[in-house]
Design a binder for this molecule. Structure first.
Ligand code: BTX
Length: 321
């Protein structure tokens, strides 16, 4: 990826000009043959590479930009995403969102990056993402909620993402309790919801969303469990269109949530839940529970019915399917 980064830097500084093979070789400090290989690798990743004898190589500009202007253009929301903060690279968009909260940023502020180098999952697990391929973003909300209602926002984010994937990619994704989105048995997205609160009420919520969009190859340790929208659809996807669709669906669900409460969201969530009414294994700190997945409570607790018919409330677990 270092070579790729250097290549992309070179081409972005030359705009639409051809760059000779020799110039690239000098820039990367490698042979002309190696240049040819690197350019082919870019091509395989979906970049439009033009090679002309005696002129060199030209790279068509990446049309999949996600900086502020691309995202504002044609965005049909009133609050959600009306302020966007784009950074080319960051360790985590959650951290930037936290900083923005100290500056009293408005509800609906969205932090987006092109490369998140140290993304976080739950329980301080890592969220991995290659530069330029994926969506890593954090949405700031300031709802008047009690602590018990707080988990509902994770579910709200999940249903918004499922609806957006359906609309833009045409694929019916599923939600794995509590916060993963799956396609064909593999994880395509994770949601991390964090809050800032005092003992009585929630002051602000930061919803982090990581979506594998155009990444085609995954690190060894997640290669068997991860997938991307591109791998599942067979086509490169436009990140800006997806982000906009998520914001629009989120706003609609959020409005509905604030006026009608959690039940419409819960209905949609359960309709897209992986293994709903089927047998699952829930690995909790106290051991493994097995039974039928009967849905979620208003607090986001998982309901599991064991063979004897007893309903168990699962607050925290990893689900095996
Ligand atoms: P999670 O704890 O449910 O999932 C993390 C686990 O998922 C990892 O331990 C690993 O096994 C696996 N994993 C890591 N990266 C990927 C990937 N790209 N695709 C599939 N599986 C993977 C999920 O946490 C919540 C992730 C939220 C990420 C967003 S991105 C924007 C925001 N900023 C930030 O630092 N986190 C959030």
């Amino acid at each position: 990826t270092d070579i790729r980064k250097a290549l992309l830097e070179l081409f972005s500084s030359t705009e639409t000009e051809f760059v000779s093979g020799q110039a690239i070789a000098d820039h990367l400090n490698c042979s002309r043959t190696a240049v040819w290989k690197h350019m082919n690798a870019l091509k395989e990743e979906g970049f439009l590479v033009e090679a002309v004898r005696n002129k060199g190589y030209r790279l068509e500009q990446n049309t999949d930009q996600i900086s502020e202007n691309e995202l504002y253009l044609g965005l049909k929301t009133e609050v959600i995403g009306q302020k966007i903060v784009y950074v080319e690279e960051t360790s985590s968009t959650q951290l930037i969102a936290q900083q923005l909260l100290h500056q009293d940023t408005p509800e609906g502020t969205l932090v987006v990056t092109n490369f998140q180098s140290a993304g976080r999952g739950r329980l301080s697990r890592a969220w991995l993402s290659e530069p330029g391929d994926n969506i890593a973003m954090s949405l700031i909300l300031k709802p008047k909620l009690s602590m018990q209602q707080f988990p509902q926002l994770t579910f709200l984010a999940s249903v918004s993402i499922v609806a957006a994937i359906k609309e833009v990619v045409g694929i019916e994704a599923q939600i794995k309790w509590p916060n993963d989105i799956f396609i064909a048995g593999k994880k395509v997205c994770g949601v991390l919801t964090e809050m800032v609160s005092d003992p009585e009420e929630v002051k602000a919520v930061i919803i982090g969303m990581g979506i594998n969009v155009n990444q085609a190859v995954f690190a060894e340790d997640i290669a068997t469990i991860a997938t991307s929208l591109r791998l599942e659809s067979g086509e490169k996807q436009q990140r800006s269109a997806l982000i906009q669709a998520i914001l629009v669906h989120f706003e609609a669900f959020y409005q509905q949530y604030l006026t009608e409460g959690f039940s419409p969201i819960k209905k949609y969530w359960e309709a897209h839940a992986l293994q709903f009414n089927k047998n699952i294994k829930a690995r909790t700190l106290k051991g493994v529970l097995e039974g039928e997945f009967k849905g979620i409570t208003d607090d986001g607790v998982l309901l599991l019915q064991d063979a004897a018919g007893e309903i168990h409330h699962v607050y925290s677990a990893d689900i095996e399917i």
